[in-house]
Design a protein around this ligand. Structure first.
Ligand SMILES: NC(=O)c1ccc[n+]([C@@H]2O[C@H](COP(=O)([O-])OP(=O)(O)OC[C@H]3O[C@@H](n4cnc5c(N)ncnc54)[C@H](O)[C@@H]3O)[C@@H](O)[C@H]2O)c1
Length: 432
C-alpha cells in the first residue's frame, strides 16, 4: 500500500451542465445554494477515515446512489481501509473500484485523497479534531465534501468552517454534513409543525444525550503518545471535544434548528468514573439561553449502569413536542394531552438521504452548502464544554469574536510526544 501519485482518467467523465435542476428530497437548511459548478454524470468518492462511520457513509452513498464510484480510501492504518474496501466490494461490486495503489495510510493520507485527480467528492470521517482543517483543505482543492459531525470543536475550527463555507459557495462546490436528523422525516415534519404554530410559541426545551458508557482503547506496548491518542481519540479533547461535541451535538443541532443560535450558556458537571488518563468528563448540564429569553435545559452523561435518554421535548404555549432520537419517533400533543401529530422514526433512511441529496446536488450543478448550521451547532456544543471546564458563562459573541481557542495539534506527527493537560478543573481552567 505504498503511496504513489495517482494518474487521472477523470477528465473524460466531466461534462458541463447546461442548466441547474432542482434537488429532489428534503431541504431543511435555510441557507443558500451556490450555482455554476460543472456537473458530473458519475461522482467519484474518496474517503478519509475508514472506521465505523467512514465505512457506513461509503455504504450509505453506494446504496442510495446509482451514479457513484468509490475509488480511493485513506486511513491511519491502511490495512484497515483495505479490509473495509473488500467488505464494500462484496456488497456493491463494480461501484467499488479502489485499487491497492489508491489506498493510503498515515497522517498524510488525507492529502493523497483530497489531491487525487480522479476524486470529485471526499467523505471526511476521521475523529472530529481533524474535521475543520480537512474540510478547509478539501474546499481549497476544489472538491465536493461530505463532513461528519461535529465539524469543529472550538472557535478556531468554527472560523475555518466559515472560510470553507464562503469559498465553497463562491466556487460552486458542495458541502453536506452528517447531521442526519435534519433529513429524518419525523424531525423535519415536527420542526415544520412547530414553525407553523402547532405548539404555539416554543418557550423552552429539554434535550438529553445520556447513555451508559463509551469505548476505551487501552495503550499498547511501544505506542508513542500520538499513536495512542489518535487510536483512543474519544478520551482526548483535542480529538473528540468531549461527549458534548462528539455525540450530543445531535440534540444541540435540533435546538439550534428550532431556536436559532444561543446567546449565552452556563454549565456544571464533573467526572467520577472515567479511566485515569481520560480527559473527558462523565456528565455536563448546560442552560442555553436563546433569543427571546427561551431556555434550553441540556444534559449529557456517559455513566455505566444509568438510564439512557437521548430525547428532546419542546414546550410551547399551546402544546408539547416529543422528538425522540434514533427510531423513537415524534409525538406532538396539545396542553390537554390531545394528540396532534405522531410519526415513526427511520434513522437509516436519513443516513442515506444525506448522501442522495449531496450527489444529486453535485450532478445537477446546484451544490448544497450546509456547513455553517452544523458549524454553529458544533460551536454551541464547544461553548457548553468551555463553560463547564472554566466554570464561567460563555456568550456567543465571545466564542465567535474574541476567543482564540484552538485545541488542535497542527502538524502532528506519529512519533510526537504529547503531554495531556488532564481533566479540567473549573476555577483553575482558563476561559480562552
Ligand atoms: N452521524 C452519526 O450519527 C455518527 C455516528 C457515528 C460516528 N459519527 C462521527 O464519525 C466520526 C468517526 O467516528 P467513528 O465511530 O467512525 O470512529 P472510528 O474510531 O471507528 O474511526 C475513525 C477512523 O479514522 C481514522 N483516522 C483518524 N485520524 C485520521 C487521519 N488524520 N487521517 C486518516 N485517517 C484517520 C482512524 O484510523 C479510524 O479508522 C466522528 O466524528 C463521529 O462523531 C457520526
Amino acid at each position: 500500500m505504498k503511496q504513489q501519485k495517482p494518474e487521472s482518467n477523470r477528465r473524460d467523465f466531466i461534462k458541463t451542465a447546461s442548466a441547474a435542476t432542482a434537488v429532489a428530497g428534503i431541504a431543511p437548511f435555510a441557507i443558500g445554494r451556490s450555482k455554476g459548478q460543472r456537473a458530473l454524470e458519475t461522482v467519484n468518492l474518496g474517503v478519509v477515515g475508514t472506521g465505523g462511520r467512514g465505512a457506513g457513509a461509503c455504504n450509505d452513498s453506494l446504496t442510495i446512489n446509482d451514479n457513484v464510484r468509490l475509488i480511493a480510501m485513506g486511513n491511519l492504518r491502511p490495512e484497515k481501509a483495505a479490509e473495509k474496501r473488500d467488505i464494500l466490494k462484496q456488497a456493491h461490486g463494480d461501484k467499488v473500484q479502489v485499487e491497492d495503489h489508491n489506498i493510503f495510510g498515515g497522517l498524510e493520507a488525507y492529502e493523497a485523497i483530497i489531491d487525487h485527480p480522479d476524486v470529485d467528492c471526499v467523505l471526511l470521517t476521521t475523529s472530529p479534531g481533524f474535521r475543520p482543517w480537512h474540510v478547509e483543505r478539501a474546499v481549497n482543492a476544489g472538491k465536493h465534501v461530505f463532513a461528519e459531525k461535529p465539524v469543529c470543536l472550538d472557535p478556531a475550527g468554527w472560523h475555518a468552517c466559515k472560510r470553507a463555507s464562503d469559498k465553497a459557495k463562491e466556487q460552486g462546490t458542495a458541502i453536506v454534513t452528517g447531521t442526519q436528523y435534519r433529513r429524518q422525516t419525523n424531525y423535519v415534519e415536527a420542526v415544520d409543525h412547530i414553525n407553523n404554530g402547532m405548539i404555539g410559541d416554543p418557550l423552552a426545551a429539554t434535550a438529553r444525550y445520556c447513555s451508559t458508557g463509551i469505548w476505551y482503547r487501552p495503550r499498547e506496548e511501544n505506542m508513542t503518545d500520538a499513536e495512542y491518542q489518535l487510536r483512543n481519540w474519544m478520551h482526548f479533547i483535542w480529538l473528540s471535544g468531549d461527549q458534548i461535541c462528539e455525540q450530543a451535538v445531535h440534540n444541540i443541532d435540533l435546538m439550534n434548528w428550532i431556536f436559532g443560535n444561543p446567546e449565552v450558556c452556563y454549565t456544571t458537571g464533573g467526572r467520577f468514573t472515567r479511566p485515569d488518563d481520560s480527559e473527558m468528563w462523565d456528565q455536563m448540564s448546560v442552560d442555553y439561553l436563546y433569543p427571546g429569553n427561551r431556555l434550553v435545559s441540556f444534559k449529557c452523561r456517559q455513566v455505566p449502569g444509568t438510564k439512557s435518554d437521548a430525547d428532546n421535548v419542546i414546550y410551547g404555549s399551546k402544546g408539547i413536542a416529543y422528538i425522540r432520537a434514533i427510531n423513537g419517533g415524534t409525538r406532538i400533543v396539545d396542553r390537554t394531552g390531545k394528540e396532534l401529530y405522531v410519526a415513526d422514526g427511520n434513522i437509516g433512511a436519513a443516513y442515506r438521504q444525506e448522501h442522495k441529496d449531496l450527489v444529486d446536488s453535485i450532478v445537477s450543478g446546484d451544490p448544497i452548502v450546509e456547513l455553517m448550521p452544523t458549524a454553529d451547532s458544533s460551536l454551541t456544543a464547544a461553548m457548553g464544554r468551555m463553560s463547564a471546564y472554566s466554570g464561567q458563562p460563555v456568550t456567543w459573541d465571545f466564542a465567535t469574536k474574541e476567543s482564540k481557542l484552538d485545541t488542535f495539534k497542527h502538524g502532528i506527527t506519529a512519533d510526537q510526544s504529547i503531554e495531556s493537560p488532564g481533566a479540567a478543573i473549573p476555577g483553575k481552567w482558563p476561559l480562552t
